[in-house]
Design a protein around this ligand. Structure first.
Ligand SMILES: [Zn+2]
Length: 291
């Protein structure tokens, strides 16, 4: 592909230009160059490449500890864990090795994971159908660091699958390295682009478009800034929603505020337990030294 010729955005059909050329993000791919394009209209950044396998080469480049604490899983659990015990039927789409699913289960949620590239276990499945969740019955779905791996076509199909399992008004939480937060693409030095795995980098505007097209509504980008939150149908016409719809979705904002309060309290409890544990360890050590 000639890199000086503008090309067409697969999301909005706007005109795109080269955003940068990067080397592959693992030893296997470091000698190859990947061209990323940016749409002038919607800010979507993408690389037109085939997906690479999710093998040891891939997992070796993933900073799992960062992902869990500050990245996607940390951000999603901030929202979901304070929701109480046994209260939600959840599906984690693109669950990888099932870390978030295990965490949610520990907190009493009825959670299952879906990942076409990982082996099946007692709580993770290859397809949505195999989860055993009946269509339209899940309260919430999460997609943690998944959409950057998919082409636009694959992302549309993924949203269709997620929508099929969500109850009307069900919540979808997406984390992905949004370009609004990650900043402009600088060749050779841009953490969000990891070719050939990260093929799609969304602006908030582009993600809103993808979700709205996929019949998700009330798209918001709450803090932490790498999170998109949306609700599944019914499809709303601008200004044509019923009072009932408005009330249902308005309650969500209050719900979010209360979630943040819960999070703060949870964090306090964790700190208290940690201090207590330190105090006990200190006393035990003192007793030992006295002998
Ligand atoms: Zn576009």
């Amino acid at each position: 592909m000639e890199t000086d010729v503008p090309c067409i955005c697969p999301l909005c059909r706007g005109t795109a230009e080269v955003a940068g050329v990067l080397r592959g993000g693992s030893p296997t791919f470091q000698d190859r160059e990947y061209t990323y394009w940016r749409c002038a209209a919607c800010g979507f950044v993408w690389c037109d490449t085939e997906p690479a396998p999710y093998d040891d080469d891939y997992w070796g480049t993933v900073d799992v500890r960062w992902q869990q604490r500050d990245g996607g899983i940390g951000q999603v659990s901030d929202f979901l864990l304070p929701l109480g015990v046994g209260s939600l039927r959840l599906i984690d789409y693109g669950c990888g090795k099932g870390t978030l699913v295990r965490l949610l289960r520990q907190h009493g949620h009825d959670a299952v994971g879906v990942d076409a590239f990982e082996p099946e276990t007692d709580h993770t499945f290859r397809t949505v159908e195999r989860t055993g969740f009946a269509p339209g019955t899940a309260d919430a779905a999460t997609a943690v660091e998944v959409f950057e791996h998919l082409s636009v076509e694959e992302a549309r199909a993924a949203l269709g699958e997620i929508r099929s399992v969500l109850a009307p008004g069900g919540m979808l939480l997406i984390t992905t390295p949004f370009v609004d937060v990650a900043g402009p693409l600088v060749p050779q030095d841009w953490w969000a682009a990891r070719p050939p795995w990260h093929r799609s980098l969304y602006s908030h505007k582009a993600m809103r478009r993808l979700l709205t097209e996929g019949r998700f509504n009330w798209v918001t980008f709450p803090d932490p800034a790498q999170v998109a939150l949306a609700r599944s149908g019914p499809p709303l016409v601008m200004g044509g929603e019923t009072a009932e719809d408005r009330n249902r979705f308005r309650a969500t904002e209050a719900e979010l505020a209360s979630l943040r309060e819960h999070c703060a309290r949870l964090q306090e409890r964790v700190e208290r337990v940690r201090r207590l544990w330190l105090f006990k360890a200190y006393r035990a050590l003192k007793r030992l030294l006295r002998r």
